[in-house]
Design a protein around this ligand. Structure first.
Ligand code: PLP
Length: 481
């Protein structure tokens, strides 16, 4: 399987070659040259597979340069009921991503696919845990070391740390704004005692931490010498790991070949729903892919009107579904490439307009007219919608959902079709967003047992000024190179 860049760079790359990299050399994102096709017979044969073996089947279609037995060992090590142990009482933890039916609405089943039962209680664990094992494997094979540098306001950083803790050849340097994360998020990250995890609390806000990461990454000599890498959401292996649970969700929601299922995806950087798009391109019978946004509605605007208009940071709202607070959607380019019929020249023109004019407009073009063929529809949700939905789902079905999942349920209800199950991806557990749950329900959400008293554990972190040189000096002292 060879990979190409969305911007046309045409030196074929293998899965292992792009695994550790980020953007392609021309600034584009990697995609396979062709999407592997799965037949109805193969799908039926996959019904009986445990999640880890389903993951092997899907991933092996994309990475043919890792020996099958090694890849199978990696998926079996990753997708265990021990790692994904935080499911609600009554859900089948052995499914890894259990499907729960909320109820009948609009002539169909409204269902939740539980993607947030991993160590950090959010769906990013689904891909990141695999990435940790893949990185360790690939680095060992190549005799290399990697130092992951990132900035976080909470979620991504903890998913990365929990994936990379204790991994041979890998160290993580994670910057976060000092005293600006919730007590729960801070405890999740700072209580890790693994010697390969370095928490750096920056005296500033998230943007200061982000700027330092950019400054360090722009020092190419330093970056190369210290073997600095990232694990951001454009990483191809992360996207492809997410393809697996669309297959699992479809298999759990159907009983036979050809049945259609719709998925509703609480979206920010378009990584999650991009995986759904890929599953659909592989032949999975998905009817609609419903993109749900919060008040930061860049994506909803595009799917409704054809206009893609990125926001400035001043135009980006801080909402109660904070993991969807984005100004532009970093994985969106992958879908646009397919929408343009994989025409890299057209894509380069559009994305240079993003840089120079802040966006592009496909309204009235033949490309945008084709959008229905890809199954995409969209909607947005506000803070009031979120509260009302959390309350309603709690009262009607006795289930407490988190704020992001609530955005999903709110928008999913606008697209129910009789006879087509609507599967909403549950992207976080409510325990992570206790304040908003309290605002909606008047009480705190339940916490999975493993997190009892987490705020009282000893914490390990370094406080540093918002200054790139100090951070560089700290990294250089601690990479062990
Ligand atoms: C990251 C995240 C999202 C958004 O996912 P994208 O892949 O960026 O679209 C939604 N919900 C939660 C809880 C998240 O952590």
């Amino acid at each position: 399987m060879n990979y190409q860049s969305t911007r046309g760079h045409d030196v074929p790359q293998s899965f292992s070659e792009i695994l550790l990299g980020g953007l392609a050399p021309d600034g584009g994102l990697y995609l396979p040259k062709q999407y592997p096709q799965i037949t109805a017979e193969e799908l039926e044969a996959w019904r009986k597979l445990p999640y880890a073996d389903l993951a092997f089947e899907v991933l092996s279609r994309f990475c043919d340069d890792i020996p099958a037995e090694d890849l199978r060992a990696l998926t079996r090590k990753t997708y265990t009921a021990d790692v994904y142990c935080n499911a609600r009482a009554g859900d089948n933890t052995a499914d890894i991503t259990p499907l729960r039916t909320l109820g009948e609405e609009g002539g169909t089943k409204l269902q939740l696919l539980g993607l947030s039962n991993g160590p950090t209680l959010a769906f990013k664990d689904m891909a990141m845990q695999l990435l940790g094992n893949l990185f360790e494997y690939a680095l060992k094979r190549a005799g290399l070391k990697l130092n992951i540098l990132g900035a976080t306001s909470g979620d991504t950083g903890s998913a990365a740390e929990y994936a990379m803790r204790g991994k041979e050849g890998i160290r993580v340097f994670m910057l976060s704004p000092h005293r600006k994360m919730s007590a729960f998020q801070t405890a999740q990250m700072f209580s890790l005692q693994d010697p390969n995890i370095f928490n750096i609390a920056i005296e500033g806000v998230f943007d200061d931490a982000q700027d330092i990461v950019k400054a360090v990454s722009n020092d190419h000599a330093f970056k190369a010498r210290q073997r600095i890498g990232t694990v951001n959401s454009i990483n191809w292996a992360r996207v492809v790991a997410q393809v697996v649970y669309y297959f699992k969700g479809w298999l759990l929601a159907t009983s036979g070949p050809g049945q259609k299922v719709s998925f509703c995806v609480p979206s920010g950087n378009f990584g999650n729903v991009c995986a759904g798009h890929i599953a659909r391109m592989m032949g999975l019978p998905i009817d609609k892919l419903v993109v749900a946004t919060n008040e930061n509605d860049v994506l909803d605007e595009f799917f409704r009107t054809g206009t893609y208009r990125v926001r400035t940071s001043a135009q980006t709202y801080h909402t109660s579904s904070p993991s969807m607070d984005i100004s532009k959607a970093s994985n969106f380019e992958r879908f646009v490439f397919d929408l343009l019929g994989q025409d890299a020249d057209k894509l380069v023109a559009l994305f240079s307009d993003v840089d120079t004019k802040g966006g592009f407009d496909l309204a009235g073009t033949p490309e945008f007219a084709r959008i229905g063929q890809f199954g995409f529809v969209s909607g947005r949700s506000s803070h009031q919608d979120r509260l009302a939905t959390i309350r309603d789902v709690n009262q009607r079905y006795g289930v407490t959902i988190d704020t992001h999942t609530a955005d999903g349920v709110k928008v999913a209800r606008e697209y129910l079709q009789p006879g087509v199950p609507m599967v909403v991806l549950e992207t976080a557990l409510p325990a992570k967003f206790a304040d908003t749950i309290h605002e909606a329900l008047g009480h705190e959400p339940e916490r999975p047992a493993a997190f009892d008293g987490i705020e009282k554990l000893p914490q390990r972190f370094e406080v540093m000024p918002a200054d790139a040189d100090s951070v560089k000096a700290y990294i250089a002292q601690h990479t062990g190179l």
